[in-house]
Design a binder for this molecule. Structure first.
Ligand SMILES: C[S@@+](CC[C@H](N)C(=O)[O-])C[C@H]1O[C@@H](n2cnc3c(N)ncnc32)[C@H](O)[C@@H]1O
Length: 245
């Protein structure tokens, strides 16, 4: 049996010179398979974005999906917006991702208008927002730039608006960190990744994806303009927070 062209086997052969992970054409080609086999609970988080959209999106407002990749979250939001005159804005700085996102959005018939922007999310003007999704993306910003990003999102939200922030998290407790790392690797093995793939991907991404603890996220959200923070989902070291302005 031959592998499907979209199967992630980027790290299946020994790579003597591993370079830092990037969201380039190679990664974009296999990304939907990669994220589902690597992030426990990803499909649940995507599906629940629809619930948040249905509950929080208000008429005549804007909804942002920051770090939209190929539009999985954008589409989950779009399909559950039931109020008029809403514009969805999807932003990603990888042209390989945005091209595929454009294609996926065009194939969807939901009514809300979608605007796609290929740029750094830190440069995106945010205004009149009822909901912002930051789904597994803040973790790729340099840690010292994360407070400014969260503050900017809070300022762009209308009163009562929400941020859904999903992230890989780390733990202060070494035992919990080791246990959840092992369970995550077990999840990946059960999804068909070899030990070589797991270890090479880990090395490639460790300088690029820098996780915070759940408490660091909570404190950052509270000091930058949010009044309530709820961790509504966690599976091993993957968590999602609902932050209310
Ligand atoms: C793990 S993926 C996000 C997955 C996506 N939100 C989803 O739910 O399917 C991270 C994305 O963020 C993008 N990204 C990372 N840093 C960025 C930045 N500073 N500005 C814009 N996009 C960024 C990457 O290109 C990548 O597509």
């Amino acid at each position: 049996m031959t592998d499907s062209p979209d199967k992630d086997n980027l790290f299946s052969r020994p790579r003597p010179h591993l370079v830092d992970f990037a969201f380039d054409e190679q990664v974009a080609r296999v990304f939907p398979d990669m994220i589902r086999r690597s992030v426990p609970g990803y499909d649940t988080v995507i599906a629940m974005l629809g619930v948040f959209a249905s509950h929080y999106v208000t008429p005549h407002s804007r909804v942002y999906d920051l770090g939209c990749s190929q539009g999985a979250a954008t589409l989950a939001l779009r399909r559950h917006i039931h109020v008029p005159d809403v514009t969805l804005v999807g932003v990603d700085n990888s042209s390989a991702m945005i091209e595929r996102c454009q294609h996926n959005i065009a194939a969807d018939l939901s009514p809300s208008q979608v605007e796609l922007r290929c740029e750094d999310i830190q440069d995106t003007p945010l205004e009149n927002a009822s909901l912002v999704a930051l789904n597994f993306t803040l973790q790729f910003l340099p840690p010292e730039q994360r407070d400014a990003m969260i503050g900017k999102i809070a300022r762009g939200l209308n009163a009562g608006g929400v941020l859904v922030l999903s992230e890989k998290i780390c733990f202060d407790d070494a035992q919990q960190q080791n246990l959840f790392t092992e369970l995550h690797h077990e999840f990946k093995r059960l999804n068909g990744y070899s030990d070589l793939e797991i270890s090479q991907k880990r090395q490639a991404i460790e300088n690029v994806l820098i996780p915070d603890t759940a408490e660091q996220h909570r404190q950052r959200l509270l000091r930058n303009g949010f009044s309530q923070v709820h961790c509504w989902f966690q599976c091993f070291s993957f968590a999602s927070f609902l932050a209310v302005k």
